[in-house]
Design a protein around this ligand. Structure first.
Ligand SMILES: *Cc1c(COP(=O)(O)O)cnc(C)c1O
Length: 380
């Protein structure tokens, strides 16, 4: 699914040298590399504050802690996403409110958000799923109208840009009140272990969060709030600094591979290819980077998706089903309030989706083999 080894070959000298420098310096925690990476990522994203932390799940949790969300507060998020998003909501004693997604872009459904709002709603967590930015214009409008926070889960879309109705462009993660990301190795910007970060343009929130990630300390040994220990270590920061200058090229390579996949699947009736552009009405993205293809995900219609998975694996082609079970049906997150007719799209998608290999090192021969194998199976 990913080729981290192939990617490493190109940056080996840079990565090895900077990792060795960290080891020589012994500044393993909060060393200069972490600070430098923070500054470089702030510049890249055009946000005032990046707060590095230990992983993307922590980043979400800390963002919610920083906003002061309290038990009983309701947080709306998508039913069709990785469990980390709903996990931290539940862990903090907040009430997750899962809603359906859009069948075209796989992102949180705007009408479903509106229906789910109650007087207890405090925040919306859009997940930019598979690398495509959610409909942030609509989400920010709803948030403004109902006085809600927007926490972008940007674990899958770092480097994506979003063009608003007014024509202005922003990076994913720089649109909501606060955002989280993950540097898990297979993410678009991955380190060689765990890592994550929180982004915000709000000075006060950034200050609060910087304390929370460090045991609630704003002054040494003065613990003003309950915090956590969540740090990006200097070795990971060194790896990320070596890779950040390549992120746009990495994303371009993913988009290029996505275009080739989509072209190959043209005209195959029982395959729906992913859209390559945000689904905002009235927005034409020229030179569009709103999709950075963390995953390339097909919908397979009128064919046995699970048999296709098995067939691809037998042919030596890795593939993934993201995600096979809707979150509202997971044992940990079941709730009597949920009714199946509210999750028609997610319930359908979990049966149809399949994600093909997607990374920066895919070559034409691999894409040909993968697409031919898929097409032969679904049209047989
Ligand atoms: C990967 C991911 C996370 C969690 O990131 P970790 O660094 O693995 O904790 C959260 N949300 C989404 C949508 C993800 O894809």
């Amino acid at each position: 699914m990913v080729d981290l080894k192939g990617q490493y070959e190109y940056i080996k000298d840079r990565v090895n040298a900077s990792v060795l420098d960290v080891i020589e310096s012994t500044a393993f925690i909060n060393g200069p590399e972490v600070h430098q990476f923070q500054k470089e990522l702030e510049t890249y994203l055009g946000v005032k504050h990046v707060i590095p932390c230990a992983n993307g799940t922590d980043a979400l949790q800390i963002a919610m802690m920083g906003l002061g969300l309290k038990p009983g507060d309701e947080v709306i998020t998508a039913d069709f996403t990785f469990a980390a998003t709903v996990e931290v909501i539940a862990l903090l004693g907040l009430t997750p409110v899962l809603v359906d997604v859009d069948p075209v872009d796989f992102n949180i459904d705007i009408a479903a958000i509106k229906r789910a709002i109650t007087p207890k709603t405090k925040a919306i967590v859009p997940v930019h799923l598979f690398g495509l930015v959610a409909n942030m214009d609509a989400i920010m409008d709803i948030a403004k109208e109902h006085n809600l926070y927007v926490i972008e889960d940007n674990a899958q879309a770092i480097g994506a840009t979003y063009t608003s109705k007014d024509g202005s462009k922003k990076m994913a993660g720089a649109i909501g009140h606060v955002a989280s990301t993950s540097f898990f190795p297979s993410k678009n910007l991955g380190c060689y272990g765990d890592g994550g970060a929180i982004f915000t343009n709000n000075d006060d929130l950034a200050h609060t969060i910087r304390g929370i990630v460090n045991h609630g300390m704003y002054e040494r040994y003065h613990h003003d709030v309950v915090g956590v220990n969540s740090r990006l270590d200097s070795i990971q920061a060194a790896v990320l600094r070596a890779k950040l200058p390549n992120l746009d090229d990495y994303n371009k390579a993913r988009q290029q591979a996505a275009r080739k996949y989509t072209k190959a699947f043209e005209g195959i009736a029982n395959i729906i290819t992913p859209i390559g552009c945000c689904a905002n009405e009235g927005v034409i993205c020229d030179d569009c980077d709103c999709h950075v293809f963390h995953q390339y995900t097909l919908r397979i219609l009128n064919a046995d998706r699970d048999a296709l998975v098995k067939h691809l694996n037998e042919q030596g082609i890795p593939c993934g089903v993201y995600y096979p079970i809707p979150l509202h049906l997971q044992k940990a997150y079941k709730d009597d309030r949920y009714i199946e007719t509210d999750f028609v799209v997610t319930n359908q998608l979990v049966k149809e989706v399949i994600s093909l290999p997607m990374h920066t090192e895919l070559d034409d021969e691999q894409i040909d083999f993968i697409t031919t194998t898929v097409i032969n199976f679904v049209t047989q």
